[in-house]
Design a protein around this ligand. Sequence first.
Ligand SMILES: C[S@@+](CC[C@H](N)C(=O)[O-])C[C@H]1O[C@@H](n2cnc3c(N)ncnc32)[C@H](O)[C@@H]1O
Length: 505
Amino acid sequence: MPDSNEYLRLVGEAHRKRFGQYFTPPQVADFMVEWASRSGLKSMFDPAFGLGAFHGSAARLGITKFGGCEVDSRILQSWNNGRNGSAGLVEHTDYLLSWNRRPDNIVCNPPYMRFQRFANRKEVGQAFEKNLSLRLPGYTNSASAFLLKSLSELNGSGRLAYIMPLEFLNTGYGRIVKERLISGRHLRAVISIQCEKEVFPDATTSAGIILYDAARTFSHVDFHVLSSIGRLREVLKSKPANRVPASSLDPQSKWLARFSPGEILAHDDGFVPLSFYGRFHRGIATGANQFFVLRPSQAKDLKLSSRELLPCVTKCNQVQKPFFAGTDYAELVRRDQPVILFSANAAKASRAARAYIESGESAGYHLRYLTRMRRPWYKTEERRPSPLLVGVFSRNGYKVVRNTSNVITLTCFHGFQPNLFGGDYIDKIFLFLLSKRGREIVSGSKRQYGDGLEKFEPGDMNRAPAPCADFLDAIDLRSVEDAMACVKSAGALPQQMEATFETLG
Ligand SMILES: C[S@@+](CC[C@H](N)C(=O)[O-])C[C@H]1O[C@@H](n2cnc3c(N)ncnc32)[C@H](O)[C@@H]1O
């Protein structure tokens, strides 16, 4: 295989991103090819050939019948040069647009382009409708489209080993992929690569390996966690993190939680979805923070009227503790932090606001993606202050905040609005979210990106499991008050409250 570093130096980063060119290390490719070859069928196919990582493995294992597809002529040329011009085995074509193959075994590390950058998504969608009578969900990324197509083409006695960004296990567009994976009970295992920096140093998303054997049916699916690449050879012989009956795998549910043994689901006994108590909503998306977010000194200089200015947390790091009160906001104002939202939503803008809006138009802020959709462009979304906030992104556990101030937030936080019933439970829900057990339970709903970055969408939080009302009712108010005081002074729950939530599940 030609040197991938040399190739990347030659073509540059933009070319790599355009085609989703990330290369499979030999140990991973060897493992996948070796597993797939055990179907007993002779040939192997790689729909996203690149520099031929899987082909190299096949050659090492003595597999001579190998075919593939590659859409990018430059990478194909590099590969051919590396082999002194011997060609023919790889078709220069777009895999998603060339149908009617029936490969024996398929091994693949598909290109990963999110739906926005998946350039010919429309054409590909039409090809799926024509060939599979399948409508691809709008957010489908290129990797999911590859996997769906390969599953439909695989020989009925063959095996498929696929590297996948695992976020599809928890997202809406992934439902259709999960349906196909489990429909015939051929899914053998899903391996989550937790040592991603070792395996894919440049990747920005968390990856895993899907193993699918069309010749066999499995009563259980093994969910493995790979902590070091050296363990890959033995991974299928080791005890899985979780062995899940195939019958209980629901394509609608989030499967990332399946890697954690003892995971809790929102419909389990003693649990309800958090939406039972209210709903999380995302914060305000301005479309041009440079224009809408102001420091107190700027607002003063601009002589803006206070009715056009809203107190607003605009960055996650403006909230450092689990409690946020009016005094905390006042301190941010005193330090002249950017904590004011320009919101000229009233029918008649003041003269100073009109002048500011005009200056925004001269700078072109009204032509941004979000602002040009709005009428008028400077009208911001309306939000009420939320008593509970949860940070959208986190690295070592999510940020949860009990807000008693009147601030609203931008998209750095999701805000919880209780329903009529949930209003009485705010403190208890806050303590649950803050507790160690609560974090374990709710974290099953997060999305994982590369490098330990985690994200919650509002819907993830709304569907996350929370203790049922009977459980919360049994926690007496005195211990809630003590726990709140302890969080205020020490930043953590008292042991007794931790122990209460430990009994969950
Ligand atoms: C993630 S790389 C994997 C390369 C190689 N198989 C490996 O594992 O190292 C994906 C490859 O698919 C190619 N590719 C992208 N879109 C494609 C398409 N629609 N059809 C075929 N190949 C495509 C890219 O150019 C890239 O070489």
